[in-house]
Design a protein around this ligand. Structure first.
Ligand SMILES: [Cu+2]
Length: 534
């Protein structure tokens, strides 16, 4: 029974002050525990370090032992053409020149990890070699399950939370780099890989296990000078910049803090982009493609440009929109992504433009809904060059959406995300690796209603294996021209929100999960397993 109906039942749905006080009393009854005050990190000087650009992951010439094809679905059909051998290890990292180095965990020993640049039609085999210290100091668990977020991947390569492997072992992930059902409308672009170890995702991601995985195809070819008439010719090379946002907290000794007793959500008072606190980026007077990723753990952002300029939004999560949309702001809950074009051609040499986060958030439960003025400056763009040469384009059209024929829907399901008696729940249950809450015949289409039963917290709900399209939010149909008229892998639900989504489950079998991507909620059991079955 929903809380709204509960309130009605006990006669609390009155008006005015009576309602407010009843709601407060009820909220206290069902509320998460009070979280500690936001931390106060040592002060640092903003905008003194350049934005780090992650190196491209280098393919391995050879693996020291052959992968076992029997471990993978459809291996010979998608025989790997490219191999990566990634050392997952501990290494020192500088978040800011005025702070001492921190020991972090990184793919390839760096935070964020190296960017994997993949291509459709070029299946990849990524060997994750867990060389994390067996005995370490501080938070994190040196066992890993690597999830390629948004990818259409066989279960055994998906980073199912129970498929973690320990220090001293490796695990092979087979990525087909192939669109669902061979439909070119299902092609994706901006993905990321991150740890998904059962109960320790939040700690391990905060510790550093996150990186970009970019997919290119004939249209989004990564070449702004591409002569192929099908190519989008978006800004490429040095003008195509992934940006990973994390908020972090530091103790008086300059070491990163993580409160393992906080089950509501962890927020920090220092904003990092690609692992650097408040960096700057020198830009020319031309178009840039910025791939914005909120990598959590719990904060939501609403980005604005300090000069009031629009972003041209190209994508939602990993997926191109049907057409670019000019937007004044971009809101990202945890794990959401947006590729945007920022055009600096109207700026002058010497201009300084800030990327601002205006969304107020006081604890891990979600944003308050208030907008700050001016907000927190996350990164500064310094216009340093008068060069206006710019071969890139903003295409009129991007990728059409696949259809959502309701006639093919086999089943509807309701998923309620709730909190009661000290735990985060889905449909009243705690997550259990060994219990599947849905068995879905492969190839079928379903409509899921996802409801946030929380009166005062937000949940970004992420579904593995396939993307979805939002049909309606709170009873209102999503319309063409809106940024949510898109393929999605993460659904942002504010207090009491409910959405209906359409999905299909194609090509691969096995166990998958849906969970809250406030990774603190995820680790405290707000996750369900569903199985795709023959
Ligand atoms: Cu949540």
């Amino acid at each position: 029974m929903s809380k709204r109906r509960d309130l009605m039942k006990v006669g609390l749905l009155a008006g005015g002050a009576a309602l407010a006080s009843a709601k407060r009393a009820y909220a206290q009854l069902c509320s998460p525990p009070i979280v500690p005050l936001a931390p106060i990190s040592p002060p640092v000087t903003p905008f003194v370090q350049p934005l780090p650009i992650m190196p491209q992951a280098k393919p391995a010439d050879r693996l020291d032992s052959a992968p076992n094809p029997a471990n993978h679905q459809r291996y010979s059909e998608f025989a790997p053409k490219i191999f990566y051998d990634v050392n997952v290890q501990e290494a020192p990292h500088n978040f800011h020149p005025e702070l001492p180095p921190n020991l972090v965990w990184g793919y390839g020993g760096i935070l964020p990890g190296p960017t994997i640049q993949a291509r459709y039609g070029e299946p990849a085999l990524v060997r994750m070699r867990n060389n994390l210290p067996k005995n370490h100091i501080g938070f994190g668990l040196p066992s890993i399950a690597t999830h390629l977020h948004n990818a259409h991947t066989a279960s055994e390569s998906d980073g199912f939370p129970g498929d973690f492997h320990d220090s001293g072992t490796f695990y092979d992930h087979h990525y087909a780099n192939w669109p669902a059902a061979a439909d070119p409308r299902e092609i994706m672009n901006t993905l990321w890989y991150h740890d998904h170890c059962l109960d320790f995702t939040a700690q391990n991601v905060v510790k550093g296990l996150a990186a970009f995985y970019l997919l290119f195809d004939e249209q989004d070819s990564g070449d702004e000078r591409d002569t192929n008439p099908a190519a989008f010719r978006l800004p490429s090379g040095a003008f195509d910049i992934p940006m990973m946002f994390n908020d972090r907290a530091f103790g008086p000794d300059g070491q990163q803090l993580y409160d393992v007793f906080n089950t509501v959500g962890i927020i920090g008072d220092r904003f990092t982009v690609n692992g650097a606190i408040q960096p700057y980026l020198q830009v020319a007077r031309r178009k840039y493609r910025f791939r914005l990723l909120n990598a959590g753990p719990s904060r939501f952002y609403q980005f604005h440009l300090s000069n009031g300029q629009d972003f041209i939004q190209l994508s939602n999560d990993g997926n191109m929109l049907p057409a670019p949309i000019a937007v004044r702001s971009v809101t990202l809950s945890v794990a959401e992504r947006a590729d945007v074009i920022v055009d600096f051609s109207g700026a002058r040499k010497g201009d300084r433009i800030y990327l601002l986060n205006r969304l107020e958030q006081l604890d891990g439960s979600g944003p308050t809904g208030n907008l700050l003025t001016p907000g927190d400056a996350i990164i500064r763009f310094d216009v340093v060059s008068d060069d206006t040469a710019d071969p890139s384009r903003i295409p009129e059209k991007l990728r059409p959406l696949p259809p959502t024929p309701l006639s093919e829907v086999k089943k509807e399901r309701l998923w309620k995300f709730d909190y009661l008696n000290g735990t985060w729940l889905v449909n009243g249950k705690l997550y259990d690796n060994n219990r599947a809450d849905a068995e879905i015949p492969v190839g079928s289409a379903e409509i899921w209603t996802i409801r946030n039963e929380g009166t005062q917290w937000s949940h970004p709900i992420h579904i593995h294996m396939e993307e979805f399209q939002i049909l309606e939010i709170n009873g209102v149909a999503v319309q063409p021209g809106e940024v949510n008229y898109a393929r999605k892998d993460t659904l942002r639900l504010g207090p009491n929100d409910e959405a209906k989504i359409y999905m299909r489950f194609r090509d691969f079998l096995g166990k998958y999960v849906m969970h809250c991507h406030n990774v603190v909620h995820e680790d405290h059991a707000m996750m369900v397993r569903f199985d795709v079955v023959p």
